[in-house]
Design a protein around this ligand. Structure first.
Ligand code: C5P
Length: 267
């Protein structure tokens, strides 16, 4: 068969080709999609060691979480090099105080250019409402995540604080409070994430710490899950600290987790 050389190349190679036929959008690479959903917890004693870790992890993840240890030691200036390198910043200071104080803290944090920040849902509806109201009028405000029950708390720890119901029931009460007060998302363990997802719908930002690859040391974490299980249960983002930061080779450890996440996303 001869080619009609006046025909454009796609039609010549495949006569049924139609330039008007809608083509499926290219499928995102699951490993690259996973990289955007891994948050590495930069729990380090000072800015120097934190930034050394960031350099070692270059390109392995999109997010870094700055929490109490690093922020207390290094202050807000530690966020600047992260932002300059294009990373998304999750400021995890877990505010829990009277509504007026938390509102002020949220206002200060919002000026630091962070994309997500945490406050304890246990602070109650007035505190959550005051925090949310503070964001009105702020350009590019951060998303407010309500911390439900810490992943280091099991039934015994919870009961010791006077809360006798199972952690899952407590999480549900706190998420309903968050939904009523305009929270953007929640921090919960993998064990509750499916229930929380059912409450929030697809737009809820669900951040899951307590992630341990199979065989990893659990440390002080109690309600844990593997990266694959947490994603399959409905997590938006996974927070991983020690399995990466304390590894002999943090970049390799991060890459293994990203690969496991990618396989789960692809499944
Ligand atoms: O080292 P590891 O992976 O256990 O670190 C988990 C990180 O997630 C820590 O920075 C911790 O502060 C944080 N986190 C948590 N449980 C929550 C909220 C935050 O472990 N409920």
């Amino acid at each position: 068969m001869g080619y009609d050389l006046d025909m454009p190349i796609p039609e010549r190679l495949n006569p049924s080709f139609s330039p008007n036929r809608p083509t499926a959008p290219p499928r995102p690479d699951p490993v690259e999609a996973a990289r955007k959903r891994l948050i590495v917890a930069l729990d380090a004693p000072d800015a120097r060691s934190a930034l050394k870790l960031v350099d070692r992890l270059d390109g392995r993840c999109q997010w870094f979480k700055v929490g109490l240890e690093l922020f207390t030691a290094a202050g807000p200036s530690v966020l600047q090099p992260l932002a300059k390198k294009g990373y998304s910043i999750f400021l995890d200071l877990k505010f829990h105080d009277i509504p007026n104080t938390v509102a002020g803290a949220v206002r200060s944090a919002a000026s630091l250019g962070v994309r997500m920040l945490t406050l304890h849902a246990g602070g109650g509806p007035a505190m959550l409402t005051a925090a949310r109201a503070t964001l009105a009028g702020i350009e590019n405000p951060p998303e407010l995540l309500a911390v439900t029950v810490l992943t280091s708390m099991d039934q015994a720890q919870l009961s010791a604080t006077g809360l006798s119901r199972p952690p899952g029931d407590q999480v549900e009460i706190l998420v309903r409070m968050g939904l009523a007060t305009g929270m953007h998302g929640y921090v919960c363990s993998s064990q509750e994430v499916a229930t929380v997802r059912a409450l929030t719908g697809p737009e809820g930002v669900l951040v899951v710490p307590g992630i341990r690859p199979a065989g990893a040391d659990t440390g002080d974490q109690k309600r844990i899950a593997t990266p694959a299980d947490a994603l399959q249960a409905g997590a938006s983002y996974l927070v991983v600290g020690r399995p990466i930061t304390q590894a002999a080779n943090p970049a390799e450890a991060a890459e293994a987790i990203v690969r496991e996440m990618g396989e789960a996303l692809d499944a």
